[in-house]
Design a protein around this ligand. Structure first.
Ligand SMILES: Cc1cc2nc3c(=O)[nH]c(=O)nc-3n(C[C@H](O)[C@H](O)[C@H](O)COP(=O)(O)OP(=O)(O)OC[C@H]3O[C@@H](n4cnc5c(N)ncnc54)[C@H](O)[C@@H]3O)c2cc1C
Length: 392
């Protein structure tokens, strides 16, 4: 068993770190923004796009892809290292949905034309993606989605509403999952996965503001939206299988253990600088630090499996649940540590850590819902991992 990165991977980490040292805006580093709260910055999308294009120009977004798709055949640990360093330098620039989810799904299930059309845009960092799976009545129970695409001779025509679409207001392209057969038995055999240009007429995107006051997700309406048949991924009525493999990637695309670790380090530093430490606080920090290390090892195991062309499934569910719930506990600890001071307005002279503590805390409630809820992760682990019966 080997617990270290290769010399080449370590060299890549140094190269990325040296680059980010120069490129990441000072304000982002000073405020120590995390992946989940930096979109609240007024210039976030400009900074994100600029960084993404620079990472794309370096070939880093696609470095771990096969050469035939424009990559460098590097190990998936390069993706992990890139994400860890972006986290450590408080930098945007990685499109979790495009690079983290759509690209691997396309490589697995896309046609050669789809790969040629979409992979270069994702690798370049110039194209932003969203995914529309969830509906107002269907989130966890994805097999029951109702938004319908009706087949016509030359295309499919979509009508209905999706919700919780992260970056729907910014995205150029959309991974859309809809029903194409209302009579399918079982119902998941009537679902199709489409690639949809967000400039297509008939799409309306409305903001949904989260309880931290930020605009990340949206509701999306489709009124007679026409999608060419060649935009189907994985075959008509076979979209559920594409989604299942996509979720295995989605659950571990973000380095949440690293986000928790960086945030915890910042809290510990703040506590030290402001004389907030006592025996109990020290132990709380030590406990959370240990959990960050556990979550990191879960994530590394998934990445190791991917490097061996194995498909992590229960391992992804475990990793996702452990790391996102950990980040919730770290965010909660931030509130406890700073007490009443965390309640001060963002522009108050005494507010700790640029007023980010309450918004990190409020944003953290979504962590056990997004990318599949913790309860669904436990279902995956119990049923697929342990062979326990499905009790519904
Ligand atoms: C920050 C954030 C970003 C998101 N971004 C996107 C996005 O970009 N695109 C997209 O399509 N969706 C997105 N979502 C939606 C997300 O995928 C759904 O919220 C999630 O799948 C849960 O669905 P739901 O909200 O309908 O809750 P429900 O499925 O109604 O679940 C409600 C509660 O019941 C529990 N529950 C449901 N089924 C079971 C079961 N079988 N066993 C035990 N408990 C169960 C759930 O765990 C949950 O606690 C996002 C959500 C969040 C919070």
């Amino acid at each position: 068993m080997e617990f270290t990165l290769t010399p080449e991977e370590e060299a890549f980490r140094k190269e990325v770190a040296a680059f980010l040292e120069k490129e990441v805006p000072q304000e982002y580093r000073e405020k120590r923004l995390t992946f989940f709260d930096m979109s609240a910055q007024s210039d976030w999308i400009q900074v994100h796009r600029a960084m993404a294009e620079k990472l794309g120009a370096k070939g880093w977004i696609s470095k771990h892809w096969p050469r035939e798709y424009g990559g460098q055949d590097a190990s998936p640990f390069h993706r992990l290292i890139l994400r860890e360093e972006l986290t450590r330098y408080h930098s945007p620039g990685y499109d979790s949905i495009g690079a983290g989810i759509v690209a691997p799904a396309l490589m697995l299930k896309g046609t050669e034309e789809q790969k040629k059309q979409h992979l270069p845009g994702i690798a370049s960092g110039k194209v932003i993606w969203c995914e529309t799976l969830s509906e107002p009545g269907h989130g966890s129970d994805l097999a029951s989605i109702e938004v319908f695409a009706k087949e016509e001779p030359d295309c499919f025509v979509v009508n209905g509403q999706k919700i919780w679409t992260t970056n729907g207001h910014l995205a150029d392209w959309n991974a859309l999952v809809v029903r194409t057969d209302r009579n399918a038995e079982p119902n998941y055999r009537g679902i199709t996965f489409f690639l949809l240009d967000m400039k297509t007429p008939g799409i309306t995107v409305n903001p949904v503001i989260n309880m931290a006051g930020h605009h990340d997700f949206n509701e999306v309406f489709f009124d007679d939206v026409r999608i060419p048949k060649e935009n189907i991924v994985g075959g008509l009525n076979k979209g559920f299988y594409v989604v299942m493999s996509l979720l295995d990637y989605e659950r571990t695309t973000d380095p949440v253990y690293a986000i928790a670790d960086v945030y915890l380090n910042d809290l510990a530093e703040y506590a030290r600088d402001n004389n907030l430490l006592d025996h109990i606080m020290n132990h709380r920090i030590a406990q959370l630090k240990t959990e960050c290390e556990i979550a990191r090892l879960f994530h590394y195991r998934v990445t190791w499996m991917q490097s061996r062309d194995m498909v992590p499934n229960t391992e992804s569910a475990m990793s996702k649940m452990v790391s996102f719930e950990l980040l919730q506990r770290v965010a909660e600890f931030g509130m406890e540590l700073t007490g009443q001071y965390s309640q001060l307005a963002e522009d108050s002279a005494r507010v700790p850590m640029y007023g980010r503590i309450p918004s990190c805390y409020l944003r953290s409630f979504g962590h056990s819902l997004e990318q599949g809820t913790s309860e669904i992760d436990k279902d995956v682990i119990a049923q697929r991992g342990l062979g326990l019966p499905r009790l519904r």
